[in-house]
Design a protein around this ligand. Structure first.
Ligand code: FPP
Length: 259
């Protein structure tokens, strides 16, 4: 069945039965968007937060199951302190509004990354948002905050190594044949040690703003994702751009290493 969406000048039609389950987006280009308009960079982040709201609503309406956005990386702390504070303020504002409109929007929200270093206020808002929204079963929106894929992988390896250490305490039992098997790591069990445990890998990764790199975003999870790059700056991204990305995705031949 084809879902025809009438736009101002042209029709965009994607197949509603072949939608990506999980779309991941690098929110990029906010600073350039603002600079082009002689505005402070932080105005670009505010506009970017509004675009995120719009795109998340659209994903929910068209039946996308998971939307993951890269909002703040482990490397973004290198930015001027004023800009970092403004992004954190915007997140607080966004979460306050999300909590107020939770019953109307019914979007499940999850935060991915090391949130332990965030302010107590932001951590409390994150905990409340996750708790209140966990009963919703439409789209799940994952916000990556203080997230870096290498950091995520190192943490998983560390957890696994520590589990082996605990296991070796029982080496006597192994020697006596009481415990005969060593823990073995599989792709599935390793995935379950990542922040994204229980979230399917992204089918489609979108990076706006004309940059062609992953920047430490979902390196493990995107092994077989389809990539879509566009020159549009994130604050200018909209439903029509997402339609275009989905259409492009649907034309790809996903073989996962087969033929
Ligand atoms: C990248 O653009 C954007 C960020 C590092 C911050 C994104 C944060 C928000 C949109 C704030 C709120 C987020 C949510 C999810 C509510 P850039 O600054 O690197 O742009 P540039 O490459 O043009 O400089």
């Amino acid at each position: 069945m084809f879902n025809k969406l009438k736009r101002k000048s042209k029709k965009v039609a994607w197949d509603s039965e072949k939608l990506p389950r999980h779309i991941a987006i690098v929110l990029d280009g906010n600073g350039r968007w603002a600079t082009k308009r002689a505005l402070p960079r932080t105005a670009g982040h505010a506009a970017g937060a509004e675009t995120f709201r719009k795109v998340a609503t659209y994903c929910k309406n068209i039946g996308i199951e998971f939307l993951t956005v890269y909002a703040f990386s482990t490397e973004n702390w290198k930015r001027p302190p004023d800009e970092v504070s403004k992004i954190m303020e915007l997140l607080e504002k966004y979460l306050h509004e999300a909590l107020e409109k939770m019953e109307r929007d019914r979007v499940k929200m999850k935060f991915i990354g090391d949130i332990s270093v965030l302010s107590p206020k932001l951590k409390a808002l994150i905990a409340e948002t996750e708790e209140v929204s966990k009963r919703f079963d439409g789209v799940q929106v994952n916000i990556c905050l203080n997230y870096g894929s290498r950091d995520e992988i190192l943490r998983a390896v560390d957890t696994y190594a520590k589990s082996l250490l605990r296991f070796s305490e029982y080496s006597d039992n192994i020697n006596q044949g009481i415990i005969s098997t060593q823990p073995s790591l599989t792709e599935e069990s390793f995935s379950n040690l990542l922040y994204t445990a229980n979230i399917p890998d992204p089918d489609l990764v979108i990076r706006p703003s004309g940059e062609y790199r992953l920047s430490n975003f979902l390196l493990w999870q995107s092994a077989y994702s389809e990539f879509y790059f566009t020159d549009v700056l994130w604050p200018d991204f909209n439903e029509k751009e997402l339609d275009q990305a989905i259409l492009t995705y649907q034309k790809r031949d996903r073989r996962f290493g087969g033929i």
